[in-house]
Design a protein around this ligand. Structure first.
Ligand code: PRP
Length: 181
């Protein structure tokens, strides 16, 4: 395609498709929480900030936005230990909480956050991710999902490779030659 960065193999999810799905997810969340009071949205930095910013602007229900940042060691290993780098500003007991991720890859980040936030006694806890890779069974539910994508390295719409390509308006597949250099 004309204008595609040389690091990129192809566009996997075009901008219009992302935006259409973000609206659908926001509509579904707005319906599900219509009579529950404010929903407490937890964006997982850094990747989710673009998705969350678009999502909340389509919500028609009261909501609070907060962020967490976690760091994982040995992500490619089975252990995938995760530690909190930035925590929520407020307690979430008795809040209706949704964790908002850009991507579920191995699922370790979402699993860690889900179990950790569950232990803080929210009124309810759900998960929302824009994209999910087919990496086998997850031990936590994905309640709101934009797209399933193949197991390729993707960038754009919050997703980066070495801090590059994060702000592309679409999701694209990175050429293998870029990350095998
Ligand atoms: C990415 C992404 C998710 C996580 C998913 O974050 O934003 O949080 O990986 O991977 P997993 O399902 O295998 O745990 P990353 O650690 O790359 O940090 P970033 O968002 O700051 O780029």
């Amino acid at each position: 395609m004309n204008g595609l960065h040389p690091d990129l193999a192809r566009i996997l999810v075009p901008e219009e498709t992302i935006q259409a799905h973000v609206k659908v997810l926001a509509h579904q969340i707005s319906l599900d929480y219509a009579d529950k009071g404010p929903v407490y949205l937890v964006g997982v930095l850094r990747g989710a900030f673009i998705f969350l910013a678009d999502l909340v602007r389509h919500l028609t229900i009261p909501h609070v936005v907060d962020f967490m940042s976690v760091s994982s060691y040995g992500k490619s290993t089975e252990s995938g230990v995760v530690r909190i780098v930035l925590d929520l500003r407020e307690p979430i007991d008795n809040q209706h909480v949704i964790i908002v991720e850009d991507i579920v890859d191995s699922g370790k980040t979402l699993s860690y956050l889900y179990n950790m936030l569950k232990s803080r006694n929210p009124a309810s806890l759900r998960t929302c991710t824009l994209v999910q890779k087919p990496k086998g069974p997850l031990d936590v539910p994905v309640d709101y999902l934009g797209f399933k994508i193949p197991d390729v390295w993707v960038v754009g719409y919050g997703l980066d490779y070495a801090d590059k390509h994060r702000t592309l308006p679409y999701i694209a597949e990175l050429k293998a030659s870029v990350y095998t250099k």
